[in-house]
Design a protein around this ligand. Structure first.
Ligand SMILES: [Zn+2]
Length: 428
């Protein structure tokens, strides 16, 4: 019996994770994310390595011998979406003290589940910025080896932080000697920590520059790492070919992180005019997670979030949204970043409507989740647009996302690297 179940499970696994073969999709509409307009009746052709070889009008684009196109003539195709700030191994229902009961292996299993959910929601690439025990490295590798289903992932492993800071764990008293794996104080210890997380598989470095909302005993507006420490982390990471994402809510920490050469500011909540000007001058991406405020205020207490966290969010949420609008109007570069794991995985696309509500046009928000995100990741030649040489990462929705960005919340078709992940275009 056990053997039969195992065989069944294994065969199901192989059914869901097929390998690529040459193929094509025929799109009734196709969103050109660079130009910001819809093209009609287009064909996208890809090869057996899952790379796009041709895109053009259906009438004039030749299909390879033996290939018939998947019919997406009633829907709108666009590139697979990218979220540059996720915690794929985090369970949004187990915050605060509830999280202390979750082992590292259990967290990895949660990551396996959420990687699939995220991919099925149309996010074919994510940047995971913070996980315990290198669980995100394990999930990434399982996906890349074809053992489990999930998006392309860039991962950070444990986030770097100061003792007692946002990226430490401050829930237990001293006799438990509980310290998060990413804690490192002082420039050289921080450099050593960068080397260590890279040794164990990090593609990107995550650092906590300021206090945070979901941590105990600190304030989002207060600096944590010093400028010297941030500079050391950025220099070491860049020397070793990795970009750095800095968690920074606070006005001063945002400036310190930008001046230190860090590549993206996560949250960016209390950014001021000087910070926005610095970001523009340095080409630093500002990643505002402006959806999850609603979830934290409505569901956070149930999920175990500390009362102090809910209070901090009440003070911060609206200011962050106002500063998002301000920074966008001032011309700062932005990528789509949601902090998935604070709210349920798979709801990532709900942030599009918030970005539109707070000042973007739908195409701006879509560009943040495609070409801008790809640029921030350093994957501009691979993901973020539907064009030759890129992975055939294609999603499809009903209707026109340029007039109603909320159609992205109900993705009907997902393809990753030429392999169909889901296709619900036939159902209403
Ligand atoms: Zn985060």
């Amino acid at each position: 019996m056990r053997k039969t179940l195992l065989a069944l499970a294994t065969s199901l696994l192989f059914i869901s994770i097929a390998t690529a073969a040459p193929g094509a999709v025929r799109c009734g509409k196709l969103l050109d994310v660079r130009a910001g307009h819809l093209l009609s009746d287009q064909v996208v052709v890809f090869d057996d390595s899952g790379n796009i070889t041709a895109v053009g009008p259906a009438a004039s684009t030749k299909l390879p011998a033996g290939v018939s196109a998947i019919d997406l003539s009633l829907v709108t195709c666009l590139p697979g979406l990218i979220d540059v700030h996720t915690h794929i191994t985090a369970d949004p229902a187990a915050s605060g003290y509830q999280g202390l009961g979750i082992s590292v292996p259990r967290e990895a299993v949660t990551g396996v589940k959420n990687a699939r959910i995220t991919l099925h929601a149309g996010f074919t690439t994510i940047r995971n910025v913070g996980a315990s025990g290198f669980t995100d490295v394990a999930v990434r590798d399982g996906i890349n080896d074809g053992e489990i289903e999930g998006p392309r992932m860039l991962v950070s492993g444990p986030p770097l932080g100061i003792t007692g800071g946002h990226c430490d764990n401050n829930l237990l008293p001293a006799e438990y000697h509980n310290k998060a794996e990413g804690v490192a104080d002082g420039p050289w210890a921080a450099r050593a920590k960068v080397r260590e997380v890279i040794k164990y598989g990090a593609d990107v470095i995550k650092v906590c520059a300021s206090g945070g909302v979901l941590s105990k005993g600190d304030q989002p507006g207060t600096p944590q790492y010093s400028f010297e420490e941030l500079q050391a982390i950025a220099a070491e990471a860049h020397k070793l070919g990795r970009k750095v994402a800095a968690h920074a809510h606070g006005t001063q920490s945002i400036k310190d992180a930008i001046n230190a050469g860090i590549d993206s500011i996560e949250h960016s909540s209390l950014i001021d005019d000087e910070g926005i000007a610095l970001a523009k001058q340095h080409g630093t991406y500002l990643d505002f997670d402006i959806y999850n405020d609603d979830f934290i205020l409505q569901e956070g207490a149930k999920a175990g979030m500390l009362p102090e966290s809910i209070e901090k969010e009440k003070k911060l949420g609206r200011l962050q949204r106002e500063n998002f609008r301000h920074a966008w109007e001032a011309g700062a570069k932005m990528a789509f970043a949601t902090d998935a794991g604070v709210y349920p995985h798979g709801d990532n696309a709900r942030q599009f409507a918030k970005m539109v509500e707070w000042g973007m046009k739908p195409i701006d928000a879509i560009q943040a989740a495609t070409i801008n995100a790809a640029d921030l990741l350093g994957w501009a030649g691979k993901v973020g647009t539907i064009e030759p040489g890129h992975y055939a990462d294609i999603i499809a929705v009903n209707g026109d996302p340029l007039s109603n960005v909320r159609v992205l919340e109900s993705v009907r078709f997902v393809m990753k690297g030429g392999v169909v992940v889901r296709n619900d275009t036939a159902s209403k």
